[in-house]
Design a binder for this molecule. Structure first.
Ligand SMILES: Cc1cc2nc3c(=O)[nH]c(=O)nc-3n(C[C@H](O)[C@H](O)[C@H](O)COP(=O)(O)O)c2cc1C
Length: 370
């Protein structure tokens, strides 16, 4: 038991929040006393509905959440989501660059029998995010979290009307203050060491800054947390819990959600093998450093495109790279904690270890005082 006020308010035994694409990880973490939060970004509304129905039928009434991505800025915001118009904004130089990169690294075409996953646009838009929220609110979820900005007032109101708390990620104090002003219930202070879209400020600096700036709004620390010692440090900095992402990528329950080449590279990577790059979405996101991220930075690069164009220009290429298991080009968002993710273990065991070590470390710290 770790009795922060937020843990008590949400009925959690341990304030460990797990962002994940895997419904199985959501189940394991929520059943273990924390909160699993399902990432909706690469799901259609129907797929999200199916995943939540699956979770809800198995989670024994334990709290769980859904994560959406409603970015503050992207190409085409406020103009509906016109796929053809967006496609026409991608330059021939960008298409050529991607084709040349695949050919330089000997990546064959996809076989005729291959069924494209069709995630070309991903969920990086207000329209798509709102669809996800509507689906999520059909279920007895405890939390909606949002990345890349403050969710719009109508979304916050809809969630609150359903008794659902709203959280959002931030990488700067200014964003945390905006989240609070918009009436959000929880702020996730995410340090630069985190996997996925992330800012430049280290968690050690950001977390106490945000805690002091937002007063009684609870803060979760994110970025680089994969052990109980790191969780104890987050609590010491004033966070009421931790928000984690990378650590679940190498759990047994997540293996089928990663291409095989990614599973192998994650287990082998060191904490120095990531880079904060705009190569996935156009906004800086921490990921494995690969020949792909290097090429976009090198001479001859056509430069980055804004969300969602940057993903659109590469969606099929990424499927080709994964399908053929190209060692040099295959990457994934992941944080610096990847250096400690060296074995595949069940998510429940990973959570139990974090909690046990945190409790032990808190007791040890208490013994140092006085
Ligand atoms: C593979 C991956 C995908 C992510 N996608 C999202 C996302 O769609 N929405 C979101 O709010 N955060 C996303 N994140 C960030 C996580 O929510 C979380 O803040 C981050 O992983 C915490 O840092 P850590 O990776 O060091 O644990 C992603 C992280 C990873 C590793």
């Amino acid at each position: 038991m770790m009795k922060t006020k937020l843990a008590k308010d949400l009925g959690l035994q341990v304030p460990v929040f797990a962002f994940t694409r895997s419904p199985e990880v959501v189940l394991a973490v929520s059943r273990g006393g924390g909160m699993g939060v399902l990432g909706a970004i690469n799901l259609s509304a129907e797929e999200l509905d199916e995943a939540l129905a699956w979770i809800d039928a198995r989670i024994d009434g334990k709290p769980y959440g859904v994560d959406t991505v409603m970015p503050m800025s992207y190409a085409g915001r406020g103009e509906g989501f016109d796929e053809e118009k967006l496609r026409s904004m991608i330059t021939p130089a960008h298409h050529r660059f991607v084709a040349d990169l695949l050919s330089t690294h000997g990546v064959p075409e996809l076989p005729d029998s291959y069924a494209r996953k069709g995630e070309d646009l991903l969920g990086w838009s207000l329209e798509r995010g709102k669809e996800h929220v509507e689906v999520a609110l059909k279920y007895p979820i405890a939390l909606i979290a949002n990345a890349l900005g403050t969710p719009p007032p109508e979304v916050v109101d809809r969630a609150h009307a359903h008794g659902v708390k709203v959280a959002a990620l931030c990488g700067k104090v200014k964003q945390a203050v905006a989240h609070k002003a918009a009436g959000l219930d929880i702020i996730v202070a995410q340090g630069t060491e985190a996997g996925g879209h992330t800012g430049e400020v280290a968690g050690m600096v950001l977390c106490p800054e945000v805690v002091d700036a937002v007063g009684d709004t609870p803060v979760l620390m994110a970025g680089g947390i994969g052990s109980g010692r790191q969780m104890a440090a987050a609590l010491a900095l004033g966070a009421q819990g931790v928000w984690t992402g990378s650590i679940w990528l190498t759990t047994a329950e997540h293996q089928s959600y990663n291409p095989e080449i990614v599973n192998r590279k994650l287990l082998a990577a060191k904490s120095t093998d990531t880079v904060r790059s705009r190569a996935i979405s156009g906004k800086p996101a921490r990921q494995l450093r690969t020949a792909w991220t290097e090429a976009w930075e090198a001479e001859g690069s056509p430069g980055y495109l804004p969300i969602p164009l940057m993903w659109m220009v590469q969606a099929e290429a990424v499927e080709r790279i994964y399908h053929h298991g190209n060692e040099a080009l295959a990457g994934t968002p992941v944080g610096q904690i990847v250096g400690r993710m060296n074995t595949v273990r069940p998510a429940g065991e990973v959570l139990a270890d974090i909690v046990a070590e945190c409790e032990q470390r808190l007791a040890w710290l208490a013994g140092l005082a006085g």
